[in-house]
Design a protein around this ligand. Structure first.
Ligand code: ATP
Ligand code: MG
Length: 236
């Protein structure tokens, strides 16, 4: 699905945090949004998914204006969101986490709940032996994989990931990178990734955008990007 964000502004009460963000993500592209802590990355994602109201600007999904739809309607329209900090339902087992979200997906997803759960276990095979475990007992990396897998059970047309490598051990970062690369290559799903780990973002993304103080200050194709200059833009 194609995502077009134009002139987006968002405020928390009187404090404006986004100042006219423009970002166009072609159908099937993988775009990485980078930026230091506190520049507004999560605020942008929350505004796109409907968790925060927008003050002005437009958000279009495949040409349809969604900027004032409820989060639920946007999810039904095809947006899958994996928030920062990989929240899961701690008292449900890993399998129940997958099933609860798969059941909520609605008719757009197609296929049965079991089919969709099997499909995501192909993408994250490490979850198979954890299915009976309460999600609250999983490691951070396992919970991140579960959080992504759970969202994928809805078969989103646009997958939005907020800092999937944050606080995750290197071996699991590799598994997550492989899974995202495979999804991108095989499904044609559009993916928006917020990430501060520059090498990870450069390996995965087609295009990048760098945020600073609530706007996008640099953007382009990762093929032409200077990783060192980007790292400089992100350094504290
Ligand atoms: N609920 C809130 N109320 C008021 N201000 C907020 C709220 N949430 C975030 N902010 C402020 O908005 C700005 C952007 O925050 P945001 O969480 O979008 O940044 P971020 O780029 O995602 O940072 P990080 O990399 O640390 O996740 C920050 O100055 C933050 O303090
Ligand atoms: Mg954030």
């Amino acid at each position: 699905m194609k995502l077009e964000i134009d002139g987006l502004t968002v405020a928390y009460g009187r404090t404006q945090v986004l100042f006219g963000v423009d970002l166009h993500v072609p159908s099937g592209a993988l775009v990485c949004v980078m930026g230091r802590n506190g520049v507004g990355k999560t605020t942008l994602l929350n505004a796109v998914t409907g968790l925060l109201p927008i003050r002005s600007g437009q958000v279009r999904l495949d040409g349809t204006e969604i900027g004032r739809m409820s989060p639920f309607k946007r999810a039904r329209a095809g947006i899958g969101y994996v928030p920062q900090g990989h929240p899961v339902f701690p008292h449900l087992t890993a399998r129940q986490n997958l099933e609860v979200v798969a059941k909520a997906a609605g008719s757009r997803a197609g296929g049965s709940v079991d089919e969709r759960v099997d499909e995501v276990l192909e993408i994250f095979p490490a979850l198979r032996r954890l299915l009976g475990r309460p999600a609250g007992l999983l490691s951070g990396g396992q919970a991140q994989q579960l959080a992504i897998a759970r969202t994928l059970t809805t078969r989103p047309g646009l997958l939005i990931l907020d800092e999937p490598t944050e606080g995750i051990q290197p071996s699991i970062i590799m598994e997550i990178e492989d899974a995202i690369a495979r999804l991108h290559a095989t499904t044609g799903m559009t993916i928006v990734l917020v990430e501060q780990y520059v090498e990870f973002a450069m390996r995965l993304a087609d295009d990048y955008a760098v945020m600073e103080g609530g706007t996008i200050v640099a953007a382009g194709s990762t093929a032409d990007a200077d990783a060192e200059a980007l790292t400089g833009l992100l350094a504290i």
